[in-house]
Design a protein around this ligand. Sequence first.
Ligand code: 9WN
Length: 428
Amino acid sequence: MSTRELLVNRALAVLRHNDTGLFVKPGPRVYPFQWNWDSAFVALGLARVDAARGRQEVRSLLRGQWADGMVPHIVFHPQPVDYSPGPDLWGSACCPGAPDVPTSGITQPPLLASAVRALHAASPDRSFLEEVVPAIEAWHDWLHRERDLDGSGLVAILHPWESADNAPRFDRALERVELEEVPAFARSDRRHVLAAERPTDRDYARYLAIVGRLRRCGYRPTSLAEAPFAYADLSFNSVLAAADEDLAWLWTELGEDGARARAGAVRVRGALASRWDENASAYKELDLHGGEPETTGTIGDLLPLYAGVPDERRTRRLFDLALWSPARFGPSPDAPWPVTTVSKASGMFDPRRYWRGPVWINVNWFLLRGLARAGLAVEAEELRRMTLRLVAASGFSEYYHPSTGEPLGSRDFSWSAALTLDLMLAPP
Ligand code: 9WN
């Protein structure tokens, strides 16, 4: 068997092992329920090998959709596991419009339309589109309506769990979260992953305080000002812009014009473009309760690349001076595995701790898709090659140490396996 076939088989084995029959767990022990964008990544990978199983993944995620359109970040399909903080924290049964199955009350980056596009392109199925496209449109409408940031085109996230949990860009906003109401909590993640690779208890106290506050208003604050945490996250918005385009494409497959989704994409992309910072060669994030837009030294500053936002000149600059810069996110003699999720020039860079420095396969996937889209084919291919070398050497881990390539976090992580299938079988 060739090395290539071996890697494909290993990736398939991870997905099979994590498959509960109803959904694929993100990781075998740390993450035993259905997470939103994890399932979208899994469906994207399955599009390359088993589109029928990919469609099932989408259907089971949509069972968690709320009446107002939100697709929650976790769907707690009944599982015989001990996971904390779990469904009791969220109390979704008491919220109007929540589905029968318990879920969280917040959402995650809306990658689903892009996954459905990949499934349909690989294996067209009109009746599946008729079933899921209106549901996905309802979610996008909800985002543009409920999370609208002053008509700017951007949407806000209301919890770090809606993006990259402990990324340093959220630190200041988290500092302002009041702690009085934090319930006692246990952390099942600690049983499976070293504390040094996870968010701290201090972070968790704030995550739970935000949930407590949001829960009291049924997770639907009357305005963003009322939310304890509100952030114009560029990663989330870039995923939304690309997904709006993909949703418009899906509507045209159904013979409709997809005008609403297309208009959404134009608005989000325009707003992202206005965040460009020429000096930093990156885009500016915004903490809604805390001042002016600014670059943060986290990879989120570069994610508009995925949505096709920078023109050719800006893409070149972003690549040369930020993404591939040895002093910032790119490979360097000390840290040869790209791409770090925090700039090495930042005082916050921590090569082991979750979203504060390690390499993530989904981030590499977003970036190399963006490079290919912008016409930097050689650069995209280099990042693809190095990403595949990393998984071949270290397995399908949740994240990796940028110096040693050492696997960190959950082992046998589903989206790392699924995106490997996509990178090997359908290179951009
Ligand atoms: C909290 C499942 C999820 C991913 C997120 C990642 C992490 C959970 C956690 O795991 O979040 O939702 O326990 O930290 O940050 O992106 O979807 O893989």
